[in-house]
Design a protein around this ligand. Sequence first.
Ligand SMILES: [Zn+2]
Length: 104
Amino acid sequence: MYCQKCRLLFEGRLCPKCGKDRHARAPEASDPCFLIERGEPWSSMLADVLKQHGIPAIVSGRMGAGLATRVGSFLESSRFYVRYDDYERANAIVDELFGDDAPR
Ligand SMILES: [Zn+2]
């Protein structure tokens, strides 16, 4: 299932993040799906590798852009979203880079 609010893919009935089924539906190919959250230098590395594989990703920082530049981008943690039809491939890349038990 896919939660439209959290942009999260999950198994079962309830979204593990918002704990509801209200926003859940079957995923569609163009849905942005939450992949992983990483800080630097991993986020730049992952962005590069995804680009090399031709996987378009939406990357959003946790902090506002203005604040992030002031504090220093290495402190910023980035969230990666990929299209549902790229998700499996992107997930395999993440496993390769960070290992199966990498914290998401
Ligand atoms: Zn949710």
